[in-house]
Ligand binder design. Structure first.
Ligand code: C5P
Ligand code: C5P
Ligand code: ZN
Length: 514
């Protein structure tokens, strides 16, 4: 019987097997769905009341449908926040003992949604959907769709949509900085069962993966702060402050320095030999005896010395002070994860989920996020993270050194990734590179379906001055027969190949508009 149930928890391709074992283990101690009607403590702040109430409504709906024996399909995006959202909802459904499937997709597609629709199904869209309400509101059975998202919503379709829509923008919050898709999913999950508080670290990982910590001291703000508090109060997370070297406990010092991608340090990021030479040049020992040192081995004085030298070096490369300041800040440590592994610190964990998703191993990412810690799964995930970091560093250096790939115009920076940058890595390359400029950045590459994928980023200063890159992407894409949207600081589009120049021209004009 258990196995029969486990089969319906299909989690994609070959990871199904892992999940079966995992599900069997978990179901033994399962807790039936307990709808938690009272507002969880951390969420009592009145700034968040509208969002929290909407999430409660979603939980009530899911609880009601689960008692009708319906099958649930959770659709999520392939990036870190998407996979974390899918895993949060998946785990919450698993605890309710309802049959479900989590499915990760590169982007929202009407055809996929239609495929998921059968009489007896409830569709939960996580980290996607708000920008596609035009399509969802047209579909028969739309009243069985729950959208748990943080993208800018299509306001004109909100009333037409008959399902449940939970989105921070509807309640005066910003989905780019206050809460991620996994955060929204987490609030809902916590209403389903208070024990889902143990999913709070995943919501922190999702927010960090979406770069929502690009604030002073790299701190999570807004609703994300309440989620961090939940995780700290449940003794699952602790906050450490200092130099933001990735792989604090896992990498050799020079490897950690070279794997720093945000902020990107030209001539050091992705180049271990140069990182090693840099450390040697400033007299920081890279070994103690015969053993390599890790960032965690640095003394306070050494950390300060490294920071001062990196600051001076980055300033000499013309990098903005605001970006240099991202070298220092808060790290979120997951205390129940094994030390010296990439899952121990939220930025590395988020890089690992991004790696799984962006290198096509969605099932692996979801399995990790849902708690699979079997040796084979972990080894494959770590190898995927290494491969991802290597590909990114190679791509970044290729783009930075090639003036025909990185074009500086009056209105924006263009990154031409055609024939070089895989569509799934475009977003990360755009995010990393954009940090170096105070202009918007528009990156594009060709997709396997013969379209052009666009990733656009706008510096916070311009957004504060009134530029909304999501609205620009949506408008420009619509004018050339494509789709677009996202957040005020980070958005994207999918457009026909032959419309690329026209699209760029429209974007340029829209950016020039007062
Ligand atoms: O689809 P989703 O909302 O999860 O993706 C948000 C994207 O925006 C991520 O790729 C994230 O890296 C990017 N982002 C960014 N800079 C920010 C905020 C988000 O590049 N300040
Ligand atoms: O793909 P990338 O991370 O660059 O996308 C940035 C943001 O724009 C993401 O939040 C993504 O979900 C959103 N986006 C969108 N519609 C598109 C492409 C991207 O809403 N057609
Ligand atoms: Zn997201």
């Amino acid at each position: 019987m258990l196995f029969k149930q486990a089969e319906s928890y299909a989690i994609l391709d070959r990871y199904l097997i892992i999940q079966k074992t995992y599900v069997r283990r978990l179901l033994i101690g399962r807790i039936r769905g307990i709808l938690n009607k009272s507002s969880p403590n951390a969420f009592k702040d009145e700034r968040f009341q509208g969002l929290v109430d909407a999430a409660r409504e979603a939980a009530e709906f899911i609880d009601e449908k689960s008692s009708e024996g319906l099958f649930f399909v959770v659709l999520c995006h392939i990036d870190c926040d998407g996979l974390a959202s899918g895993a949060i909802v998946g785990k919450a459904l698993m605890r309710m003992n309802v049959p479900f499937q989590v499915r990760a997709v590169k982007q929202f597609e009407e055809a996929v949604l239609r495929e998921c629709f059968e009489e007896s199904r409830v569709i939960i869209l996580t980290d996607m959907g708000s920008g596609n309400l035009d399509v969802i509101s047209k579909i028969d059975g739309g009243e069985r769709v729950v959208v748990l998202d943080h993208h800018q919503p299509m306001l004109e379709y909100i009333k037409k949509f008959k399902g449940i829509h939970v989105n921070p923008h509807l309640f005066g919050l910003n989905g780019a900085s206050d809460i991620s898709g996994s955060g929204v999913s987490y609030i809902m999950a916590k209403f389903l069962n208070p024990l889902n508080i143990d999913l709070s670290p995943l919501a922190v990982v999702g927010a960090v993966g979406d770069m929502q910590n690009k604030n002073e001291e790299r701190r999570l703000i807004g609703f994300n702060e309440a989620i961090v508090r939940d995780a700290v109060e449940s003794s699952l997370l602790k906050i450490e402050r200092g130099l933001m070297l990735s792989g604090r406990e896992t990498k050799r010092l020079h490897e950690a320095l070279a794997s720093m991608l945000t902020p990107f340090i030209p001539g050091i990021s992705g180049e271990e030999d140069k990182a090693l030479a840099f450390l040697v040049s400033i007299d920081i020992p890279v070994k103690t005896g015969q053993f390599w040192r890790t960032p965690a081995d640095l003394t306070k004085d050494e950390e300060e010395k490294l920071l001062n030298n990196l600051t001076a070096y980055m300033a000499s490369k013309g990098i903005a002070q605001e970006e240099i300041m991202q070298l220092v800040g808060e790290s979120y440590i997951l205390v129940n994860e094994q030390r010296f592994t990439p899952l121990r610190e939220c930025r590395e964990y988020s890089a690992l989920l991004n790696a799984c998703g962006r290198l096509g191993k969605y099932g692996l990412g979801i399995a990790i996020a849902m708690g699979d810690r079997s040796r084979n799964t972990l080894n494959e995930a770590y190898a995927t993270l290494d491969a991802y970091r290597r590909s990114l560093a190679t791509l970044m250096n290729e783009v930075v050194r090639n003036p025909s790939r990185l074009i500086n115009t009056d209105e924006f920076i263009i990154v031409n990734g055609s024939g070089l940058i895989p569509e799934t890595l475009l977003s990360t390359v755009a995010s990393i590179l954009s940090s170096n400029y105070i202009k918007p950045l528009i990156a594009f590459t060709d997709t396997s379906e013969g379209m052009v994928k666009v990733s656009a980023r706008a510096p916070r200063q311009l957004v504060n001055a009134g530029i909304n890159i999501a609205s620009i992407m949506a408008e420009a894409a619509k004018l050339v027969g494509g789709t677009g949207g996202g957040h005020d600081v980070a958005a994207g589009a999918l457009i026909p190949v032959e419309k690329r120049s026209e699209f760029l021209k429209i974007v340029s004009n829209l950016l020039r508009k007062p």
